[in-house]
Design a protein around this ligand. Structure first.
Ligand code: FMN
Length: 193
């Protein structure tokens, strides 16, 4: 069974988006699936330097923790990305990972190479402090572009507004249940191939 790669994009440990992510991964694990959860804030990932080092090879020349993420992105059976909304977009930690996948964009769209025959399913989980679902599109757009570059379909999303204080999402058992069930769905999608 392929591993589900799960990015926790918030710098706040035990925060709202990580709680959602943990509910989803609990759903996966309870059904026998494997998860590789990565706390992006704990990694050393430089922003893309736009150096052109990947232009001919599709490989990034910057030697930092992203080199391990590239391998995990290529081998994952599914991808789950969790991020808070920061100034209307995704967290800087997640955006750095997305931008560093420019080398995979080169690989796919310029060099016409892809390690995947079929798309893997992907999920975006996000939480914002203020009320209103309108702002989420500024985060959904780069995540969709990222998924497209990584041969991942934007299969599911769970976008939660009006949740600000750390851990406050735990009071919303309906939302936690939805995240848990997404874990099941994702696993069954992978199992079906
Ligand atoms: C730097 C920063 C920027 C934020 N920007 C927004 C914003 O633009 N819109 C919003 O609704 N909430 C904003 N928030 C609130 C967070 O989205 C909210 O607290 C969320 O629940 C945090 O999720 P987390 O616990 O997973 O980090 C911001 C919080 C911080 C720290």
């Amino acid at each position: 069974m392929p591993t589900i790669l799960a990015f926790a994009g918030s710098p706040r440990r035990g925060g709202n988006s990580e709680i959602l992510l943990d509910c989803l991964t609990a759903g996966v694990k309870d059904k026998g699936g494997q998860v590789n959860k990565i706390i992006l804030n704990e990694l050393k990932i430089s922003p893309c330097q736009e150096c052109g080092g990947c232009d001919k090879s599709g490989c990034c020349v910057v030697d930092d923790d992203m080199q391990s993420i590239y391998k995990q992105l290529d081998s994952a059976g599914a991808l789950v990305v969790a991020s808070p909304i920061f100034f209307s977009g995704v967290s800087a930690q997640l955006k750095a990972v997305i931008d560093r996948c420019q080398c995979h964009w080169v690989r796919k769209f310029l060099l016409k190479q892809s390690p995947h025959e079929n798309k893997r399913p992907g999920v975006f989980l996000s939480v914002r402090g203020q009320a209103g679902l309108d702002i989420f599109h500024c985060a959904v757009k780069p995540v969709k572009a990222f998924f497209g570059t990584e041969d991942v379909s934007y299969a599911h999303e769970l976008l939660c507004d009006n949740i600000d204080a750390k851990g406050r999402i735990s009071a919303h058992s309906d939302v936690l249940g939805q995240a848990y069930q997404l874990g099941w769905k994702l696993l069954s999608q992978i199992s079906r191939g």
